[in-house]
Design a protein around this ligand. Structure first.
Ligand code: NAP
Ligand code: GDD
Length: 327
């Protein structure tokens, strides 16, 4: 029988990659999309006619009930969130409502209308926050440092509570940062740098305004991470898994490599550090240990740091008409 999957956050970076993967695997795919005055289906234009797009918002119970009833999913992937840490400091309540409480609304819809469905929650390494050990794995204590991180911790524990209370198949993927050319939101640092470098190469800008260049992240490629989401729900038991590359690099290193790929010398001349990009409380250093996912799911991140930077910068150079990189 054809399997059915419901994906929230269908228009986002991960939602688009995941729906492509599920289509390739022969799933009947339902994507939850919220109404916007100007639709933003850019990430899914190639597959929009192969999936069923359903109206729904993580803050509206009746729309979630209706979507779950209609999709009758075997698997639910909850990727919807206010996902930008920076904005979560400006809109802490909205972030709490969507990224935290919204997950409980979707859990309730599944509990009532598809209690046998397997449920994936997009948990985050941002939950570890102020870390006391390195690398971080499934046993690392959580100390979130942003309203976004706090909301994700709430959602993470809500998922575990529903698993224990109602015996539902609910798993958390605790994923470290993952990016992709063109589909990553413009405000995230990797995309911001890739876009900025291409604009400088094209003579359309002279500088990029950034914040903390010393922050370190474990950056992987989104295509690899949606494969992990899928594997997590195929595991015989519900469980929680870290997804990471195991390597950390600073924002400074990302910037240096991006300018190198574009063939622009003396990157320091083109970068300013501005207070507006500094967060009230920062996560300085994240590096994950995905050995549990490797052992139990056979998963391993494939794309390495330099390849990721190259992919992102080359895509932006092509977008401004500069074709191949000079690297
Ligand atoms: P993204 O590109 O920002 O996508 C977020 C999606 O959520 C978008 O489709 C957005 O819709 C949707 N959304 C926002 N508010 C909603 C609401 N009230 N109701 C319904 N949908 C709503 O994020 P992503 O990078 O793909 O990440 C996917 C998930 O993984 C998120 O939950 C994120 O927090 C989590 N995560 C991401 C990473 C990472 O590095 N990418 C790492 C760990 C965890 P619109 O298009 O309408 O805005
Ligand atoms: N966005 C941004 N803009 N970040 C900057 C800038 C800038 O101008 N300058 C420095 N940074 C630093 C941030 O302070 C942070 O330490 C790091 O770059 C990464 O920032 P983001 O790209 O915004 O990602 P994030 O790590 O805060 O959050 C992402 O990863 C989480 C997983 O750990 C998002 O994808 C979250 O949704 C995800 O949960």
């Amino acid at each position: 029988m054809t399997k059915r999957a419901l994906v929230s956050g269908a228009t986002g970076q991960d939602g688009s990659f995941l729906m492509e993967l599920l289509l390739k695997k022969g799933y009947d795919v339902y994507g939850l999309v919220r109404r916007l005055s100007t639709p933003n289906l850019n990430n899914i234009t190639d597959i929009a006619d192969q999936v069923h797009l359903l109206d729904g918002d993580l803050m509206d119970q009746s729309s979630l009930d209706a979507a779950v009833e209609l999709a009758k999913p075997d698997e639910v992937y909850n990727l919807a969130a206010q996902s930008f840490v920076g904005t979560s400091f400006v809109q802490p309540v909205l972030t709490g409502e969507i990224t935290g409480l919204g997950v409980v609304l979707l859990l309730e819809a599944v509990r009532h209308h598809a209690p046998e469905a397997r449920f994936y929650q997009a948990s985050s390494s941002e939950m570890f926050g102020k870390v006391d050990r390195e690398p971080q794995d499934e046993t690392t204590p959580m100390h979130p440092r942003s309203p976004y991180g706090v909301a994700k911790v709430y959602a993470y524990w809500a998922c575990i509570n529903y698993r224990e209370a109602y015996r539902m198949f609910i798993s958390n993927g605790i994923l470290f940062n993952h990016e992709a050319p063109l589909r990553r939101g413009m405000e995230f640092v990797t995309r911001k740098v890739a876009v900025g470098v291409a604009r400088i190469a094209a003579g359309k800008a002279t500088t990029i305004s950034l914040g903390n260049l010393d922050a370190k992240r474990d950056w992987g490629y989104a295509g690899d991470y949606v494969d992990l989401m899928y594997r997590i729900l195929q595991h015989p038991e519900p469980d929680d898994f870290v997804g990471a590359t195991g390597e950390a690099h600073s924002v400074r290193e990302f910037v240096e490599e991006a300018f190198r790929v574009a063939g622009i010398p003396a990157w320091e001349k083109h970068v300013t550090v501005d207070e507006k990009n500094i967060r009230p409380s920062e996560v300085y250093n994240l590096r994950g240990d995905a050995s549990k996912a490797r052992r139990l799911l056979g998963w391993q991140s494939q794309v390495r740091f330099k390849e990721l930077v190259k992919l992102m910068v080359e895509a932006e150079l092509a977008r401004v008409g500069l074709g191949k990189s000079k690297a």
